[in-house]
Design a protein around this ligand. Sequence first.
Ligand code: PPS
Length: 309
Amino acid sequence: MSNGEEISCTTAIEKASASLTRFPLIPVRGIPLMSCIAENWDNIWAFRPDPSDLLIATYPKAGTTWTQEIVDLLLHNGDAEACKRAPTPIRSPFLEIKFPPPMSSGLDLLTKMDPPRIIKTHLPFQLVPTGFWENKCKTIYVARNAKDNLVSYYHFDCMNLTQPEPGPWEGYIHKFMRGELAWGSWYDHVKGFWEERKKRNILYLFYEDMKENPRHEVERIMRYLDLSLSDEVIRNIVELTSFKKMKENPMANYSFIPAPVFDPSISPFMRKGEVGDWENHFTPEQSKMFDEDYEKQMKGSNMPFRSKI
Ligand code: PPS
């Protein structure tokens, strides 16, 4: 997208903002989704990807944007300028998102793009349109430890004025534990894709591994995409996708979404990008209560989550 198109995208959001609201949640097959998504469900479910399309699936705030940027750079041989052609959600549409006109929905954007496309979703495994599996589309799933994921989601729900009202922090923890936030239960989401990862050839990544050894994870993504890039290009991609660089990159930091939709005075989209920030939010009592519930909800899953590195 040219600079002109980016401006018209921002203008569209500004025009639509009068009808934008904190969308209530409506269950779709038991999963709470924003009403703007639930009301368009039949069209989302009917989406047929191309076998060459790549799906990046996450629970919200688990490292989606970071992974979208890594993938786009890998597919463009590390060409930073090429990856500044448009903001993230235009380069890599968000499958299920649908805001009032004149804003384009994820499906509108996908229809206008030629495959192979990099498609983002937060849908849990059972709600991903079956064409992705029938067409054996490559899928990268990114999971983030529950406590940091929750903290990031809380700040996002405060600043994104289309998300349901988060309410007070203490109550938010309970909503997360009960799976009442948009896109449902974190526990079921991470387990759902984990259980399917071998059968569906899903590359399952952890945010904490990406922070600890970004080069290692970038190389894993590269191999999964059947690419082979030079040492120097890989080094450059790791640098370009560091938190600091992405925070400064207007095509990757969501600064093109104007207030009052994303209100940066409440929290920036690129907030901290750390592992362990939950320690600055949970009281010892909240942490203990959360851990006890976590043990029950994750019993038998044996997933290698780390809330510290
Ligand atoms: S969304 O809205 O669901 O697509 O958000 P998502 O991109 O999944 O998650 C946003 C959080 O990821 C952090 N982030 C990064 N961390 C480390 N390195 C890089 N490059 C990076 N890019 C984004 C972002 O800051 C959000 O986490 P918090 O903890 O809120 O800072």
